[in-house]
Design a binder for this molecule. Structure first.
Ligand code: SF4
Length: 409
C-alpha cells in the first residue's frame, strides 16, 4: 500500500538546472521564459531551451510551470497572447500568474492551466474562491499563511494549494516591496530585487548623530525557510504542492534540495510515516548548501523577531560544486566537467540521484585523454575514479578540508 504525498516543485534557473532538479527527484519545476516573469537576472529560457526542457521533464514524468508573474502595462499585455501560443505549442503544464489582467488574458486566449503566484498574496478562502471563479486551478498561498490556516482554506474551497517548504524568505508581504527600487533603482516587482533587506542599516530619528556613533544591524534580513521537520503537517493538511524557492541558486542547491525532499516524500509514500533512519542524513545535507540560519517562517505560527538573521553570513563552511558527471565509462573512469577549481589531495563527493553520497580523496587529476595535471580548472574535462552508481548529471562536490578528512572513505 502506498500513501498520498504532495508534489515536490523545484526551481529551474536554467535548462541544466531543470535536468538536475528532475533527475534528483523533483515532480515538477518552475522556470521563466524570456518575458513577463520576475527574476530578470536568472538564465531565463529561450524557446528552444523551453522545448527541450519540457520534453526532458515529461520523459521523466515531471511537469513544467512557466512564471508570468510580473504586473504588466497595457502594451505588454498586448504582446502576451503570442507568448501564450508558444507555451501551448511546447506543452508547458501551467503558468504562474499574479496580475488580474494576465489571469483574464490567459483564461480568454489560451487553454493553459493558471496557478496564482504567491505575489498575489492570497491569504484567505474568500480570495481563493474569487481566484477560482476567475479560472485559477491552483493557488500558491502567500508566505504569511500558516499550515493550519491553509488547511482551512483547503476545506472551504475545492482548489489545489501550493506552499513554500524551503528557501529564502521575503520580509515584505510576499514580495510587495519597494526597498530595492528606492535604494538600488531596481524594481523588485519587475525582476530586479537586489535583496536590499539583507543589508546592514541603522535607524535614527536624530540627524545630529555622527555616522560613527550610529548602530548598524541586519534587522530586516530574514532567516531561510526549512520545512523538513513539519513535512507531516503539510501532508496532513492535504497541501497539493511543496515549493522550493531559488531560481537564482546553484546546481548544487537545485540537486541537493530536490534529492532530500523527494527522498523524504518517497519514504512517507512507502511507510506512511517519516520515522526514517535517514532523517539525520537529510538534515546534514540541507546544511551543506549555501543558506542563512534555518527557521520555520510562518509555517506553524506567525514569524517573530526570532526569524531575523542578524549576521552577514552563515558560519558553517559550505561545500562547493567541483564537477558535473558527463558519462560513466564502464569499469574504467567517470568522465566529468570541472565546474570549480580543485586539485590532487582534495576530498570530493559524488551525490548520486538516490541514497548516500560517496566521498573519496583525489590522488591525481587526469584530463579526458589521461594526461596528468596538478589542478583542474572550470571547463576542463577530467577523469574521476569509477563508481558503479555514478551517472550523467550527478553533481560532484568538493568538501571543505575539515569535513573532507572525516568523510573520505
Ligand atoms: S528586498 Fe527583501 S523583502 Fe524586498 S522584495 Fe527583495 S527579498 Fe523581498
Amino acid at each position: 500500500m502506498t500513501h498520498w504525498v504532495p508534489e515536490l516543485l523545484s526551481p529551474a534557473g536554467s535548462l541544466e538546472k531543470l535536468k538536475v532538479a528532475v533527475s534528483y527527484g523533483a515532480d515538477a519545476v518552475y522556470l521563466g521564459g524570456q518575458n513577463f516573469g520576475l527574476r530578470s537576472a536568472a538564465d531565463n529560457f529561450t524557446e528552444t531551451e523551453l522545448k527541450e526542457g519540457v520534453e526532458f521533464a515529461h520523459e521523466h514524468g515531471a511537469q513544467v510551470y512557466v512564471v508570468l508573474n510580473s504586473f504588466l502595462y497595457d502594451k505588454e499585455l498586448d504582446d502576451l497572447p503570442d507568448f501564450l501560443k508558444i507555451l501551448e505549442e511546447v506543452k508547458v503544464d501551467a503558468v504562474i500568474v499574479s496580475d488580474l489582467g494576465v489571469v483574464e488574458t490567459v483564461a480568454k486566449k489560451s487553454a493553459l492551466e493558471i496557478h496564482l503566484s504567491t505575489q498575489a498574496s492570497c491569504l484567505n478562502s474568500a480570495a481563493a474562491q474569487f481566484w477560482k471563479n476567475k479560472g485559477v486551478t491552483r493557488i500558491v498561498l502567500g508566505r504569511e499563511v500558516t499550515i493550519e490556516e491553509a488547511k482551512k482554506i483547503k476545506e472551504e474551497v475545492d482548489i489545489e494549494l501550493e506552499m513554500f517548504i524551503h528557501g529564502s524568505m521575503c520580509m515584505a508581504y510576499s514580495g510587495n516591496c519597494v526597498i530595492s527600487n528606492y535604494t538600488q533603482g531596481r524594481d523588485s516587482n519587475r525582476g530586479g530585487c537586489a535583496h536590499s533587506c539583507r543589508f546592514e542599516y541603522s535607524i535614527s530619528n536624530d540627524n545630529s548623530v555622527e555616522d560613527s556613533q550610529k548602530k548598524f544591524a541586519h534587522f530586516m534580513s530574514s532567516k531561510d525557510l526549512m520545512g523538513l521537520r513539519v513535512l507531516q503537517d503539510f501532508i496532513d493538511a492535504g497541501i497539493d504542492s511543496l515549493k522550493v524557492e531559488g531560481r537564482m541558486k546553484s546546481h548544487h542547491y537545485a540537486g541537493t534540495i530536490s534529492k532530500v525532499y523527494s527522498e523524504a516524500l518517497q519514504y512517507y509514500k512507502e511507510n506512511g510515516n517519516l520515522l526514517s533512519e535517514d532523517l539525520y542524513r537529510w538534515e546534514v545535507e540541507l546544511e551543506k548548501v549555501s543558506h542563512r540560519d534555518y527557521h520555520l517562517g510562518n509555517l506553524m505560527a506567525p514569524a517573530g523577531k526570532e526569524s531575523i538573521f542578524p549576521e552577514r553570513q552563515h558560519a558553517v563552511v559550505e561545500t562547493k560544486v567541483a564537477a558535473m558527471v558527463l558519462e560513466s565509462i564502464e569499469d574504467k573512469y567517470i568522465l566529468a566537467e570541472a565546474r570549480g577549481p580543485f586539485q590532487a589531495g582534495d576530498t570530493l563527493e559524488y551525490i548520486f540521484f538516490k541514497g548516500k553520497t560517496h566521498s573519496f580523496q583525489l590522488k591525481e587529476i587526469q584530463d579526458a585523454t589521461g594526461e596528468t595535471f596538478s589542478k583542474a580548472r572550470p571547463g576542463m574535462l577530467v577523469r574521476l575514479p569509477y563508481v558503479r552508481e555514478a551517472e550523467a548529471l550527478n553533481i560532484v562536490r568538493a568538501l571543505p578540508s575539515s569535513l573532507g578528512q572525516r568523510e573520505a572513505r
